[in-house]
Design a binder for this molecule. Sequence first.
Ligand code: ZN
Length: 173
Amino acid sequence: MAEKWALLVVDMLNDFVREGAPLEVPAAREIVGHIQEEIQKARGQGVPVIYVCDAHAPDDQEFTVWPAHAVRGTEGAQVISELTPQPGEAVISKTRYSSFFKTDLEERLRQLGITGLVFTGVVTNICILYTAVDAVSRGYRVKVPESCVAALSSEDHRWALKQMREVFQMEVV
Ligand code: ZN
């Protein structure tokens, strides 16, 4: 049976991408153009584009580890304007690293008959990695275009891609 893919866009939010943002990932600005291309390709081929976005409570326990970011309902929690979702595209809120944790992502993927996920966004060794690992555990095929993910350091980025490739046999392309 042919694979049915969806494109995931993870945490490409103002609070991660904009200069001076609370959880700025400077390298995220370099992947915007590549993600735009992937989104365009997906839309053209009828591949669902699914946005997964941090949406924290103001006192979320994650803020003991990271500066406060992507607080629900704020400008910082919005998808950057360059990658604005189209009407009808799913935007799923999450509060933890894995996009599967306490979200309806799995249910939506099941409804769409999705069997493979292409990952784009930030952060390579955090939300991307832990979501991708959860996807593999659930039997999805996982593809990660290297030019569409970014981390806080190139060391972290490379380490995560290596884990994906070697430990989880994801397709890092
Ligand atoms: Zn967060």
